[in-house]
Design a protein around this ligand. Structure first.
Ligand code: PBG
Length: 323
């Protein structure tokens, strides 16, 4: 039945009718807040390209964790900035590394906050690559061995979930096997399954001090031109035992989120990355866009595309509004 019988504007008349037919919602349950932890005491260094986000020492992390839980956000994802970096990223899998101590502190002082850890070597290697380097090449299988050790050390420290972000082949299966062998068969893996080699990670590399010292990450992260390949990546990670799969970045890859969700029907996480956050903040600071409206519109686009979970530096801001 078409016009004038059908009038699409009828249900747009006022906020009540609009609310009644609204298809997607931002909920605190969907949010995961990324946090950066560094050595020291009382440290809270604002990251210049990510206003409102900080490199924080463990004591500040714990206070922030309490605030996050009070806001109703279920989970955080932790990134570590170690004192010492070396060629093999030793502190990444050291039992008393920065991240292991941070996990233990959060789980003892804010036990109800769900702690996810990013599993990767780039924050811990002096060359800034996500694995072991031989010549100019990141060695896949040797790196996977270290990622298994890293995952195990996080889980032994109390991590609730691990999220490998390195893009080495076969790492999800190896981590699953490693965890199961130590009796951690109930610890889920969120795979950064379709992670693109993106310029949108710029501010993160300032935050995590993890920019590669030579070359780039094109030999392991995905080519932004590819879509079908993302489905193969997701398929492989699911086969290897991934419980959730992530698409990263989010905004330029909404088609990938949509395809992954409709093809596999599994829980999908979207990573609203640092560059996406920084662009909104910068434009808002210039008075060029309305930050809250642009933010909500972007996050809703991820939900509409099919994301179940959103990792976003806006998590606390959004939760404050919802509350
Ligand atoms: C580690 C990692 C990165 C991000 C998350 N985990 C950086 C990278 O791959 O260079 C980026 C997150 C963001 O930009 O917000 N490998």
């Amino acid at each position: 039945m078409s016009f004038p019988i059908t009038r699409m504007r009828r249900m747009r008349t006022n906020e009540t009718t609009r609310r009644m037919v609204r298809e997607n919602h931002l909920r605190v349950d969907d949010l995961i807040m990324p946090l950066f932890v560094c050595p020291g005491d009382g440290v809270k260094n604002e990251i210049s390209s990510m206003p409102g986000n900080y490199q924080m020492s463990i004591d500040v992390l714990v206070e922030t964790g309490k605030e996050i839980l009070d806001l109703g956000i279920p989970a955080v994802i932790l990134f570590g900035i170690p004192d010492q970096k070396d060629a093999r990223g030793t502190e990444a899998y050291h039992d008393h590394g920065i991240i292991q101590r941070a996990i233990a502190a959060l789980k003892s002082q804010v036990p109800d906050l769900y702690v996810i850890t990013d599993v990767c070597l780039c924050e811990y290697t002096d060359h800034g690559h996500c694995g072991v380097i031989v010549g100019e090449d990141v060695k896949n299988d040797e790196t996977v061995d270290l990622l298994v050790q890293e995952s195990l050390s996080h889980v032994r420290a109390g991590a609730d979930m691990v999220a490998p972000s390195d893009m080495m082949d076969g790492r999800v299966g190896a981590i699953r096997e490693g965890l199961d062998a130590e009796g951690f068969d109930q610890i889920p893996i969120m795979a950064y399954a379709a992670k693109y080699c993106s310029a949108f990670y710029g501010p993160f590399r300032e935050a995590a001090e993890s920019a590669p010292q030579f070359g780039d990450r094109r030999s392991y992260q995905m080519d932004p031109a590819n879509g079908d390949e993302a489905l193969r990546e997701v398929d492989l990670d699911l086969d290897e035992g991934a419980d959730l799969v992530m698409v990263k970045p989010a905004l330029s890859y909404l088609d990938i989120i949509y395809r992954v969700k409709s093809t596999f029907g599994v829980p999908v996480a979207a990573y609203n990355v640092s560059g996406e956050f920084a662009m909104v903040k910068a434009a808002a600071q210039n008075g060029w866009v309305d930050e809250a409206r642009v933010r909500d519109e972007l996050l809703l686009s991820m939900k509409r595309a099919g994301a179940d979970l959103i990792l976003t530096y806006f998590a606390m801001d959004v939760a404050r509004v919802i509350k």
